[in-house]
Design a protein around this ligand. Sequence first.
Ligand code: SF4
Length: 337
Amino acid sequence: MGSGQGEGKMASTFSTLHINRLTVKFKDRTGLPFGNRTFSVVRDINLEITANQTVCLLGESGSGKTTLAWSLLGLHPFHGGGMAFNGQPIEQPGDKVHQKLRSCSQMIFQNPAASLDPYFSLKRSITEPLIARGVTKRARAERLRELADQTGIASELLERRPSEVSGGQSQRACIARALSTRPAFLILDEPLTALDAIAQRQLVELLRKLKENYRLTYFLITHDMALARRIGTHVAVMYLGRIVETAPSEAFFANPFHPYAKALLSSALTPGVWEGPRIVLTGEAPSVRRPPAGCTFHPRCPWKMPICQKLPPVKTDMGGGHRVACHLYAKRAGEEV
Ligand code: SF4
């Protein structure tokens, strides 16, 4: 990698991000008489992300995964709890410590076509953050060559617009743009969902290689269990705005505990992700505006008990860094529920 001379201010290093009881609320804009109320889209999130990990956030659409990711970087304000970056507390969205986190972070989105300016060439899009930082033309040209080489974009494609290249090439350009400022922490929001199977495989390899070369930390949002199993070091499962299970990846895929996590894994189409019988959930996920009492998963849970409708489960430590919020295990561990 280049020296970084003439590339503007270098990003901070990333050691740890502690997320403590983070809550994000939205305004209810239904227009009904109670329309000024707020509701929690993300509630009481506790999570730790350490340098060089790939933490995969799993869950269905609408579970709050993207909202959580956006609030980490201040794209959504948070309304309760907080974070600590490299041991320093983030007291409020946008404060000095939050700015430090943002300066070493970048985000890659699901749809590369929508992430790139349709009127800009790939070259212009990739170098845009460097232009904004006042990087010299010569240093930009050098960095562009380096980025194109590392992300596998052929030089003849750099003058083309997003509509003139494949989805895979567009996503490579998004990755190159994100890397242009040498971030340490990348949030990847369903980065492969819009791509065909071949492009997906190639991009997985690219992400692996880049992580190694740049010593990156990834926070990967996905509902693709096979992808999480392939590249994740740690897993967090989210349901209706709450994290219901966290674990090192190997432990999670060998023995998931939460009924929702089991159902997610059993729905994976890739062979080898789930060996047991298929768990079919009935009904849709309830609305975050009116979450069910007790365990919010109880209306769909095949193992629900009377207590599940009354009390939200506490997290139980299952050992080896594996934690689950479910009454089934709180009882087994002898905790009060
Ligand atoms: Fe199912 Fe009860 Fe566990 Fe919730 S707490 S996941 S309803 S068993």
